[in-house]
Design a protein around this ligand. Structure first.
Ligand code: DOR
Ligand code: ZN
Length: 347
């Protein structure tokens, strides 16, 4: 049987939620990944190091027993940037050693972003403090102006927000999260060494036609929204190129089935169930399996200044069927590619 062994990977962009649903989704990630950058967009956002510590403890308490006992999964915490945050909070976060970044959501851009930033100038002093402290900024790179076409939001964000920010605060390290366009890929490639990007499985595997294949497909709706095929190809080329500026971040974002299958459905795709297997398919299709380990296990850690992982995972080429639904607390969740076959299986 064909097998593939990789240094244990890290998921550099993950939503775990909180409360009774967390245990279910966390187990999926903890099986595959050694560490994950945990997004702070809870109903009540994680805006202080104290809250990040409490959230971190609840994640550790909800780990499967064997993984908790062996310390085989480490949550890497982040803070949610608001206009009320103080410079002291940035310093405290850096000193904590368990907060690894601060997430910038433009207000209104996505799930639980109401406390986000209304104008970037309002947080420049905080961003300067982050540059001084060498604490990376993670950006949800979309403008929110209602008159900007939804498919152009990432490209306009580069022009209006990101490019000026990098000129004004060149020492700030930035992760351009979940890049979806050729514009973003080109910008990251040309940018300084301080700039990197994460890439999700859905933006590698699907183009925007998947939103409307035979009818409206709420389980393919995420933000940034899926893009046209030429953009998907640019994102695949970036991921499989071996360029260390591009690394794995699933953006796995679970929502209960009813919240997705709704007249106003939530954005988010749950890919954590078989994330690493999805990425393997993409790299195999491109005949670039030799580039996967860098993307999945090395480049992210390097950007965050973290040591390499010790253990490994092994995948077998072995078809299996992704379940139609999975438990999500009292509710259920529809995983990415529910009911379809997956070509690789983690041992
Ligand atoms: O699709 C998304 N879901 N995009 C985001 O930016 C947020 C995420 C969520 O938290 O549900
Ligand atoms: Zn996200």
């Amino acid at each position: 049987m064909e097998t593939l062994t990789l240094t244990k990977p890290d998921d550099m962009h993950l939503h775990l939620r909180e409360g009774d649903v967390m245990r279910d989704v966390l187990a999926d990630s903890a099986r595959q990944f050694a560490r994950a950058i945990i997004m702070p967009n809870l109903n009540s956002p994680v805006v202080s190091t104290g809250q990040a510590l409490a959230y971190r403890q609840s994640i550790i308490e909800n780990l499967p027993e064997d993984i908790r006992a062996s310390g085989a999964f480490e949550p890497l915490m982040t803070l949610y940037l608001t206009e009320k945050m103080t410079r002291d909070e940035i310093i405290k976060a850096k000193e904590s050693a368990f907060v690894h970044a601060v997430k910038y959501y433009p207000a209104g851009a996505t799930t639980n972003s109401d406390s986000g930033v209304t104008a970037i100038e309002n947080v420049y002093p905080l961003l300067e403090a982050m540059a001084e402290q060498n604490l990376p900024l993670l950006v949800h790179g979309e403008v929110t102006d209602a008159d900007v076409d939804i498919f152009d939001r990432e490209a306009i964000f580069i022009e209006k927000i990101l490019s000026p920010l990098m000129d004004n605060i060149p020492d700030l390290r930035i992760v351009f999260e979940h890049v979806t366009t050729k514009d973003a890929v080109d910008f990251v490639k040309q940018g300084s060494e301080k700039l990197a990007a994460t890439i999700t499985p859905q933006h590698l595997l699907l183009n925007r036609n998947a939103l409307f294949a035979g009818g409206l497909r709420p389980h393919h709706y995420c933000l940034p929204v899926l893009k046209a095929e030429e953009h998907r190809r640019a994102v695949v080329d970036a991921a499989t190129s071996g360029n260390p500026k591009f690394f794995l971040g699933t953006d796995s974002a679970p929502h209960a089935r009813a919240a997705k299958e709704s007249a106003c459905g939530c954005a988010g795709i749950y890919s954590a169930h078989n994330a690493i297997e999805l990425y393997v398919e993409v790299f195999e299709e491109k005949d670039c399996l030799d580039k996967l380990e860098g993307f999945a296990s090395r480049y992210g850690a390097k950007f965050y200044g973290l040591p390499g992982n010790e253990g490994s995972i092994t995948l077998e080429k072995n078809q299996w069927q992704i379940p139609d639904s999975l438990p999500f607390g009292e509710s259920e969740i529809i995983p990415f590619r529910a009911g379809e076959t997956c070509q690789w299986k983690m041992r």
